[in-house]
Design a binder for this molecule. Structure first.
Ligand SMILES: Nc1nc2c(ncn2[C@@H]2O[C@H](COP(=O)(O)OP(=O)(O)O)[C@@H](O)[C@H]2O)c(=O)[nH]1
Ligand SMILES: [Mg+2]
Length: 273
């Protein structure tokens, strides 16, 4: 793509001008967008964005904020003055769940040029430096790369035992019910190639919590995309509060069964609802 642009500009411009245009174009045209959903993340938001922007590879960032009462979006708006070409913000009117925030972000990304679209939490549970490893896995052939806590043992730091058991148990449950061989199906640190999000019927994805993460992977799996796991260390947040709730757990428990039943009885409908 970059070479083609260079050739095209070269038809019209001198070498010096061509260099200038290419610098400008590639500055604002990275292939990668990191979507970060936020609800009351004022203590983390600035630091996480800066850490992504400090990586060697260039990533754009889209924050999807649900009108956080703590003013998270205001911090992002202030940062946009400095990073207007690479920091984007979508504010929704009310808290509507992580799943629909991502669907909103995916559609936003597909309306633009991005080839690699990432999911990442705002609370530093996912290390921004691992974005590059997820990117590499997809650039080298995977269609979806998943930052996996359970690919090699259990790589979770500072989580209470009940949360580790819940999350680790969920991975067995999902494997048992769906047959999908992903060690960490509830993982929320993911890179999707553009073609995967284009193939999935995003309007049909209705879950909002962990079930959303499972459903996205299951849909990609049913569409025969190649899902690869990259081992990561997941660390519990130090600042701010978790938004996990019992309703999110129940949604996952019943959601996985309902997904499996729908896919059994109406495989095509599940793929293209
Ligand atoms: N926009 C939006 N973001 C959310 C919502 N719920 C959680 N998040 C964000 O999703 C990410 C993961 O949430 P978190 O509370 O850390 O979940 P946990 O890691 O499972 O405890 C964080 O960046 C949250 O701010 C929501 O309803 N809307
Ligand atoms: Mg968290």
């Amino acid at each position: 793509m970059e070479n083609e642009i260079r050739k095209l500009i070269g038809l019209f411009c001198s070498d010096v001008l061509m260099h200038y245009f290419c610098e400008k174009l590639t500055q604002s045209m990275t292939d990668s967008l990191v979507i970060i959903p936020t609800y009351n993340e004022i203590e983390n938001i600035e630091a996480i964005i800066l850490e992504v922007f400090n990586l060697k590879k260039e990533f754009h960032v889209l924050i999807v904020d649900d009108n956080s009462p703590d003013g998270t979006a205001k911090v992002v708006e202030a940062m946009q003055e400095k990073y207007k070409d690479r920091l984007f913000l979508e504010v929704r009117t009310e808290k509507s769940g992580l799943g629909t925030a991502y669907i909103h972000g995916f559609k936003w990304a597909l309306e633009r040029h991005y080839a690699y679209i990432f999911e990442m939490d705002a609370d530093f549970s996912h290390r921004p430096s691992d974005l590059t490893r997820l990117y590499r896995a997809c650039a080298n052939g995977a269609d979806v790369s998943v930052g996996s806590r359970y690919k090699k043992g259990v790589n979770v730091v500072n989580w209470p035992l009940y949360r580790i058991l819940l999350s680790y148990g969920a991975s067995f449950y999902v494997k048992l019910i769906t047959g999908m061989r992903v060690h960490d199906p509830t993982a929320g640190f993911v890179c999707y190639k553009r073609k995967v999000l284009e193939a999935i019927d995003l309007d049909a994805v209705k879950f909002i919590g962990y079930a959303f993460q499972i459903e996205m992977k299951y849909r990609a799996y049913l569409l025969k995309f190649n899902i690869e796991e990259v081992s990561i260390i997941f660390t519990d947040r130090e600042k701010g509060k978790s938004k996990m709730s019992s309703s999110i757990i129940w949604e996952a428990v019943f959601g996985v069964i309902s997904m499996r039943v729908r896919s059994l009885f109406n495989r095509n409908a599940f793929k293209n609802e």
